[in-house]
Write a protein that binds this ligand. Structure first.
Ligand SMILES: C[S@@+](CC[C@H](N)C(=O)[O-])C[C@H]1O[C@@H](n2cnc3c(N)ncnc32)[C@H](O)[C@@H]1O
Length: 382
């Protein structure tokens, strides 16, 4: 992997010093989720809170909106269905702002601009980048865009998030003959390292619930569970007085997640378009993510009083939202047509983003059928 430049290395050293102090303050070890939280979100220091480029070809990883405007156009069709026209949209974790820009351009083109397009973004640095993207690409839509620091008390409309669930800090665990162990992070001068300790009650209960469904995990099986998903979804559900929640992310059902094929878990780190599995390399300079257990998302959403409206692959969702029609639109030359075909393939092919990414939606109150799930609804697989 390419080494960081001097400025980035100096920033990484500050992050490491901050997290090492946290470890010391907590008596020598931090639960893995707190380590992940600190290196990603510590104000002014964490990966998402500080100034690295992160998304796009010059950054560490590429999300679907960075691949093609087709993605934002399809999402816009779903937003429009869900009542965006004159209503309210809330995007959570808007990254570079590219998805907001493409969606707003499409909503304006179809006469379905919302009265308000709110963005909840924790990172001040990304907020500035989102504003710059919107000023450059969709200036006419800017008057309806508003940035929020926290969730509003109540919201009616559509809330959506692309690749945010995978960025919620997870707990790592190991199954042993004696029970469940929790991954903790310690620090020896110069490096962080992990170890396992007996798990606390909440993690033990979460693993017991997984085993109730998938059967006893083999001794030595390591994986993750996102304990923050429950409060996070509950806060969105509490806020939603009526409308839709829509999440797009990479992941799978619980049975697939906790299968023998994934006996070392799904944690991945992204650094300059390279993926690896060491969360202790350059803390604060790389992204750390885990796949999403969509069965857990479905259970927690319904437990929070929402109705499951659909679950499908990204490919089926985009086709349901009109991708094929967008592909038929005339383009100025063959080069543009080839580029568009390549982008659509990346978004929809099974070996690319088409099947690894899933889409799940919940509704509260009367909402018209969501077109993204009309082609194929895979809810029975959850
Ligand atoms: C992997 S990026 C995805 C960005 C964008 N949605 C896209 O598809 O390109 C994750 C985004 O979620 C934001 N984020 C992470 N946790 C969040 C939370 N709890 N609330 C709001 N935003 C969050 C990050 O700051 C970042 O903008």
């Amino acid at each position: 992997m390419p080494p960081p430049d001097a400025d980035a290395a100096a920033h990484g050293a500050r992050v490491a010093e901050y997290v090492a102090q946290l470890v010391a303050d907590r008596g020598g070890v931090l639960p893995f989720s707190e380590y992940m939280d600190a290196v990603l979100y510590a104000p002014g220091l964490g990966y998402y809170s500080a100034g690295s480029h992160k998304l796009g070809s010059g950054g560490d990883f590429t999300t679907a909106p960075e691949v093609s405007p087709l993605f934002g156009r399809c999402v816009a069709a779903q937003l429009a269905d869900a009542g965006a026209a004159g209503g309210e949209v809330l995007e959570v974790g808007a990254g570079s702002g590219r998805l907001a820009a493409d969606a707003l351009i499409e909503l304006a083109r179809t006469g379905a601009l919302p009265a308000r397009y709110a963005i909840l973004e924790l990172s001040a640095d990304l907020r500035a980048r989102q504003r710059a993207t919107l000023e450059a690409l969709a200036p006419a839509a800017l008057p309806c865009v508003e940035w929020l620091d926290t969730l509003p008390e109540t919201f009616s409309g559509i809330v959506f998030a692309n690749e945010v669930l995978d960025a919620l800090p997870v707990e790592r665990f190991r199954r042993t003959a004696n029970g469940v162990e929790q991954c903790v992070v310690g620090y020896e001068p110069g490096r962080f390292a992990s170890d396992f300790r007996p798990a606390g009650a909440e993690l033990t209960r979460a693993v017991a619930a997984i085993e109730e469904e998938v059967g006893r995990l083999p001794d030595g099986f390591e994986s993750e569970v996102c304990l923050r998903l429950r409060p996070w979804l509950a806060s969105l559900a509490d806020m939603l007085t009526g409308g839709t929640l829509l999440f797009i992310d990479y992941g799978m059902s619980r049975r697939e997640y906790y299968s023998a094929a994934r006996s070392t878990g799904t944690l991945r780190c992204h650094y300059r378009q390279r993926a690896h599995d060491d969360p202790f390399v350059w803390p604060g300079l790389q992204d750390i993510t885990a796949q999403v257990d969509f069965t857990a998302v479905a259970e927690l959403g319904t437990a929070a009083g929402l109705e499951l409206a659909g679950y499908t692959t990204q490919a089926h969702f985009l086709i349901g939202c009109g991708l094929t029609g967008f592909m038929d639109e005339p383009l100025p030359d063959d080069r543009a047509a080839v580029l568009r075909s390549q982008q659509a393939a990346r978004l929809t092919m099974p070996g690319e983003m088409g099947e690894r990414f899933k889409v799940i939606a919940f509704t509260r109150g009367p909402v018209s059928a969501l077109r993204g799930f009309a082609v194929r609804d895979l809810s029975e697989r959850l």
